[in-house]
Design a protein around this ligand. Structure first.
Ligand code: B1M
Length: 213
């Protein structure tokens, strides 16, 4: 891996936002593609942070400052993730489900969808089933995208699908789910229309669910 990507990796793990932002820009200036910067360096760094937490070497504050550095770097990358002037394939209501505060993956998915010209209604984190329902009603969105990072919160995806059903909206929207603990099996089990393991795949799925292949 190029030295700049290694330093960026360390910057994210150490929670050094200034260094992370500087290195993202340096990598872009060196002609390294945004996808490589994200996947090979920044997302890999967050996986290392998770491992350090599991090993008892990092605690919640370290995870938080690493997340802040990651978000800072993502802000620099955002304009480079756009596909340019294309027709909007649809409107997406996106959020991290109730009880869950993790938003980096959700923000990345939102950013990539926005880059692919989707209109985005971002509900943030800790989003209750009722809030999803309300947002679909208010916005007329045709996709609901839910993220969960905890095994204890992914069950709220099923609750949200049920709430959409009860509100008579289930056949008006496609539901896509994702997040580290999710699997295609689980997505099928809860009656989602799509599952994506990463942000690129989320864009491809959202397009294909709406007939834009
Ligand atoms: Co948390 N945390 N955390 N954490 N945290 C994990 C998820 C954990 C795996 C760490 C570990 O133990 N190894 C573990 C969960 C265990 C489990 O349930 N199996 C965990 C835990 C336990 C906790 C707390 C309970 C810790 C505590 O308080 N004792 C607590 C819970 C708080 C809560 O939510 N209620 C907690 C808190 C936090 C912080 C707030 C400190 C911070 C989040 C800050 C933030 O998001 N703003 C944090 C962090 C940073 C992590 C890790 C280290 C990194 C997550 C991340 O941002 N990854 C994480 C470890 C890990 O994931 N290995 C961990 C980078 C991001 C780009 O990846 O989000 O997976 P990810 O998104 C990917 C794909 O999953 C996919 O695309 C993205 C891009 O490729 N994707 C979608 C995501 N959403 C999608 C939606 C889609 C499609 C694809 O369609 C709609």
């Amino acid at each position: 891996m190029e030295a700049v990507l290694e330093t960026l990796y360390e910057g994210v793990v150490d929670g050094d936002m200034e260094l992370a932002q500087e290195k993202v820009q340096e990598a872009l200036d060196a002609g390294i593609g945004p996808g490589r910067i994200l996947n090979d360096s920044m997302i890999a760094a967050m996986a290392e942070v998770g491992q350090l937490f599991e090993d008892g070497e990092f605690f919640v504050p370290e995870m938080l400052i690493a997340a802040r550095a990651m978000a800072g770097g993502m802000a620099i990358l955002k304009p480079y993730l756009s596909e340019g002037d294309v027709q909007s394939p649809g409107k997406v209501v996106i959020g991290t489900v109730k009880g869950d505060m993790h938003d980096i993956g959700k923000n990345l998915v939102a950013m990539m969808l926005e880059g692919a010209a989707f209109e985005i209604v971002d509900l943030g984190t800790d989003v209750s089933p009722d809030k999803f329902v309300e947002a679909v009603k208010d916005s007329g969105a045709n996709v609901v995208a839910m993220s969960a990072l905890l095994t204890t919160t992914m069950t709220n995806m099923a609750n949200t699908i049920e709430a959409l059903q009860e509100a008579g909206l289930r056949d008006k929207v496609k539901v896509m789910v994702g997040g580290a603990p999710l699997t295609l099996d689980y997505a099928n089990k809860i009656g989602a229309d799509g599952y994506a393991p990463d942000a690129n795949q989320a864009v491809a799925n959202a397009k294909s669910m709406l007939g834009f292949d």
